[in-house]
Design a protein around this ligand. Structure first.
Ligand code: GDP
Ligand code: ZN
Length: 277
C-alpha cells in the first residue's frame, strides 16, 4: 500500500504494477502496509511490524508502517537545526527498536558547528549523513544507506525533504516549497504519507511535522536513548531512578560535573516532563 487517498488507495502489486483500489472505510491503511486485494478493493491489512507514529494536541498519526529505518531530516541552515528533535526521534526509535539515520541537509550553506553537533549522535548509536540536495554532495552515500528495506523520511517542513526525494527518485516530482513560509499556513504541502518503490525497497514521504509528540513511549523507556547515561545509572542510589529529582542520582551528578553533556541531560528532563503532563 503506497498511499491512502480516503475512499481509494494506491497499491503496488507483486509484479510491480501500481494502481488504485477502493479502500473500505473500516480499513485504516497507511503507507507501507501490506495487504490483500480481490482485484477491486483492498480487503485485508497485515499486522504491522514497526511503525513511525506521532501525536500532537489533536490527533495521533501513523506516518509509515513496516519501516526498517527512520530517517530524520534536519537542515544545517534554515530552518535551524534542533537537537531536541533529534533526541525525541532517538527516544522513539530506541523504544520501537528501529534504526535511526539523522540526515543533515543544506550543508552547502550550513556551518561547521551545526555539523559537529549533529555528528555527536554517532557516539550514541545514530547514523549521521550530511548532504545537500542542491549540490548533491553525499547523495550517493545516502542512497546507498537507503538501498534496501523501507525507509520513512520525516522532519519539519522546509528542511528539504521533498528536494531530497526528488534527487533520489528521478522521474518523481514532489512539489518543493519556499523556506520563508515554512511555518506559514498558506503553503500546500504533503498531507498524507506516500511510499515510493526505490531500488530494493521503499521510501516513504511524510507530511512535515510541527511537533513530534510520542505514541507508545513510557517515561521509564527514555533513558534507553541516552546510552552515555548507562555507566552512571548503575551507581544511582535507587535502582528504578528516573534521574530527575531522586537523591544520590549519579546521572545528575555526572551532568553537573560535565561528564555527561548538560544539554543532553536537559533534553532528557524535558522529554520526561513532556510525558508526565
Ligand atoms: P520540505 O518542506 O522539507 O519538503 O522542503 P523542500 O524540499 O520543499 O525545500 C524547502 C526549501 O529549501 C526550498 O526553497 C528548497 O529549494 C530549499 N532547499 C532544499 N534542499 C536544499 C539544499 O540542499 N541546500 C539549500 N541551500 N537549500 C535547499
Ligand atoms: Zn539517577
Amino acid at each position: 500500500m503506497l498511499a491512502n487517498y480516503g475512499i481509494q488507495c494506491l497499491a503496488r502489486f507483486d509484479d510491480g504494477a501500481e494502481r488504485r483500489l477502493a479502500l473500505p472505510r473500516k480499513l485504516h491503511a497507511v503507507a507501507g502496509d501490506w495487504g490483500e486485494t480481490d482485484g477491486k478493493r483492498l480487503v485485508t491489512i497485515e499486522p504491522r511490524e514497526h511503525i513511525l507514529a506521532r501525536a500532537d494536541a489533536d490527533s495521533t498519526q501513523i506516518l509509515g508502517a513496516n519501516v526498517d529505518r527512520v530517517v530524520l531530516v534536519q537542515s544545517a541552515s534554515n530552518p535551524p537545526y534542533r537537537a531536541g528533535l533529534s533526541d525525541r526521534y532517538q527516544v522513539f526509535c530506541a523504544v520501537m527498536d528501529i534504526p535511526l539515520i539523522l540526515v543533515i541537509n543544506k550543508i552547502d550553506e550550513g556551518d561547521e558547528a551545526v555539523l559537529a553537533k549533529a555528528r555527536r549522535y554517532e557516539e550514541w548509536g545514530v547514523e549521521v549523513v550530511c548532504v545537500s540536495a542542491h549540490s548533491t554532495e553525499n547523495i550517493a552515500v545516502l542512497a546507498e544507506r537507503l538501498r534496501e528495506g523501507t525507509s520513512v523520511l520525516s522532519g519539519h517542513s522546509g528542511v528539504g525533504k521533498s528536494s531530497l526525494l526528488n534527487t533520489l527518485l528521478p522521474g518523481v516530482e514532489i512539489e518543493v516549497g519556499d523556506v520563508s513560509d515554512y511555518h506559514g499556513k498558506g503553503r500546500h504541502t504533503t498531507t498524507t504519507a506516500r511510499a515510493y518503490a526505490y531500488r530494493d525497497g521503499y521510501l516513504i514521504d511524510t507530511p512535515g511535522i510541527r511537533q513530534f509528540g510520542f505514541v507508545g513511549v513510557d517515561p521509564s523507556d527514555v533513558a534507553r536513548a541516552f546510552p552515555e547515561f548507562a555507566e552512571y545509572a548503575d551507581q544511582c542510589k535507587f535502582r528504578n531512578c528516573m534521574h530527575t529529582h531522586e537523591p544520590q542520582c549519579a546521572v545528575r551528578d555526572a551532568a553537573e560535573s560535565g561528564k555527561i553533556r548538560k544539554s543532553r541531560y536537559r533534553s532528557y528532563l524535558r522529554i520526561i516532563e513532556s510525558l508526565e503532563y
